[in-house]
Design a protein around this ligand. Structure first.
Ligand code: GLN
Length: 487
């Protein structure tokens, strides 16, 4: 599979959204042809990426756009852009199942704000893609539809939970995919599949219509093959929403200092379980920054606390969010006979949820129960506040903080079963911080492992400074590509 960082379907190639749109204006091909190519590519693909392709309506929308182009009518900012959505977004009249048996036939009664904003700007939603059940996972193996295969090596996972989104963009089955990131679910699969992935600040994009996992950590995220496209799609989806009081209008911070102050954590470089080539790539990232900017190794003694803090808080919130799935208001009703109400709920929930979701509901209930609340949940909240204070302080001096996205490579599909859940959770060590402190972070594909698998890096920016972060990431790409590490 080519490592492209551009869009290519059959004979059509374009660098980014702007390039696509100028080709559509020049009538190099029509929007309908474009969508036809994507529909065909989706039907031929065998990586278990798409759960459903909305072929008819996507073609219909394409025809409307062609008409507007021909009649020189006003077009939306994202006209012609073909987008897939993770199976956790509500899109009126379409199934939104969170890749769970429980919601397999759940039809959304309304459209998520972020999806509506894309539609309003003439984007074309081409289908919904596979993910981990209720966005819980790091491999996309916890899905009722089965694991997604990594387009770079179909024997391996894509990462998760937005594995279908990352793979859809990597396999050129759509241009953009909308995912969600609660603890790394956009950045880690983007890294594993060799595409760009942005997790914006908490509160930049409305969560209304996103099936909740952990409400204080969930962010809507974006996958693309061109970094400039992340900015356009982000700006389309942002803005105040009366349905999500945490989402406000923000003035974008765009100015990028000529010479950046970059921090990285000593503990990250010295992390014992990091795969050697991931470490070498990260050291090369540091060297690149050293050439052009000021880069400083900072002490961060809280690294080991990140994963426990994240899992205590996310599971506690998940327990509460998932309480609504009772098999009456939401979810499939079990056919097993129940003699009382308690047994009825038990049947519905035991049969509806998968193993990982049940594990997290139990863990969440444990940390919230009396006797354990102070020892776990309250302590995790205190640590979260300490992290927020530390990172805020750090950003008084530094412009960005850099990390690898993950300490490991995508494992073989099925191998996850043999990994103890604690070990699997540790794979999130470099990605959960951005969620815990509500900052934006972007994953960028920069290199290749000796196995041929893609390798990326992660840059975390100041809260609500996504535009600046993306500009910094773009500059870094060109500095990195023109660097040689032999000197
Ligand atoms: N791997 C993390 C988890 O399982 C992140 C998931 C996410 O960001 N949705 O919780």
């Amino acid at each position: 599979m080519d490592h492209l960082n551009q869009y290519k379907i059959q004979h059509i190639t374009f660098k980014n959204i702007a390039d696509l749109q100028s080709q559509l204006f020049l009538r190099q091909f029509s929007t309908e042809e474009l969508v036809q190519y994507y529909v065909q590519a989706i039907s031929k693909n065998t990586n278990n990426i798409f759960i459903e392709c909305f072929a008819q309506e996507a073609l219909e929308k394409a025809k409307q756009i062609d008409k507007k182009i021909n009649n020189k009518e006003k077009l939306g900012k994202l006209f012609g852009v073909v987008v897939s959505i993770k199976d956790v977004f509500c899109y009126k009249g379409h199934i939104a199942s969170a890749s769970s048996a429980f919601l397999e036939n759940h039809v959304a009664a309304y459209t998520a704000t972020c999806i509506q904003k894309l539609l309003d700007e003439d984007a074309i939603i081409i289908g919904r893609v596979n993910c981990d059940e209720f966005a819980m996972g790091a491999s996309n193996e916890n899905s009722v539809y089965g694991a997604v295969q990594n387009p770079h090596d179909p024997t391996r996972i894509t990462g998760g939970s937005s594995g279908g989104s990352a793979a859809a963009v990597a396999a050129q089955l759509c241009m953009i995919s909308i995912g969600s990131d609660t603890g790394g679910s956009v950045r880690q699969p983007a890294d594993f599949c060799g595409v760009y992935g942005l997790k914006p600040s908490y509160g930049r994009i409305s969560r209304y219509g996103l099936i909740a996992y952990a409400s204080s950590l969930d962010s809507v995220g974006i996958f693309a093959n061109a970094i400039e496209d992340l900015t356009i799609v982000l700006q389309t989806m942002t803005g105040q929403d009366d349905f999500d009081s945490t989402c406000k209008n923000r003035t974008p911070i765009k100015i990028v200092p000529q010479k950046l102050k970059v921090a990285y954590f000593k503990e990250v470089v010295n992390y014992k379980a990091i795969e050697p080539e991931i470490k070498t790539t990260f050291l090369n990232v540091i060297k690149t920054y050293q050439k052009h900017h000021e880069i400083v190794a900072v002490d961060f003694d809280l690294l080991e606390l990140l994963v426990p803090t994240y899992y205590i808080i996310s599971c506690a919130e998940a327990t509460s969010n998932l309480a609504r799935y009772d098999g009456i208001r939401y979810g499939k009703t079990s056919q097993t006979k129940a003699n009382d109400l308690k047994q009825f709920y038990k049947n519905n929930r035991s049969e509806g949820f998968g193993t990982e979701v049940k594990r997290r509901i139990m863990l969440g209930n444990l940390v919230l129960s009396s006797g354990y609340y102070d020892a776990y949940y309250a302590k995790a909240q205190q640590i979260r506040q300490t992290l927020i204070d530390r990172i805020q302080k750090l950003f008084e001096t530094y412009d960005v903080v850099i990390f690898p996205n993950t300490p490991c490579l995508p494992w073989k599909i099925g191998e996850g079963k043999n990994i103890n859940p604690d070990e699997m959770y540790l794979a999130d060590i470099f990605s959960v911080l951005a969620n815990l402190v509500s900052c934006p972070a972007v994953s960028i594909p920069i290199s290749q492992h000796s196995t041929g698998l893609p390798l990326g890096t992660q840059i975390m920016g100041k809260q609500f400074a996504e535009e600046q972060l993306l500009e910094i990431a773009k500059n870094f790409m060109s500095e990195f590509n023109s660097s040689s590490f032999n000197d």
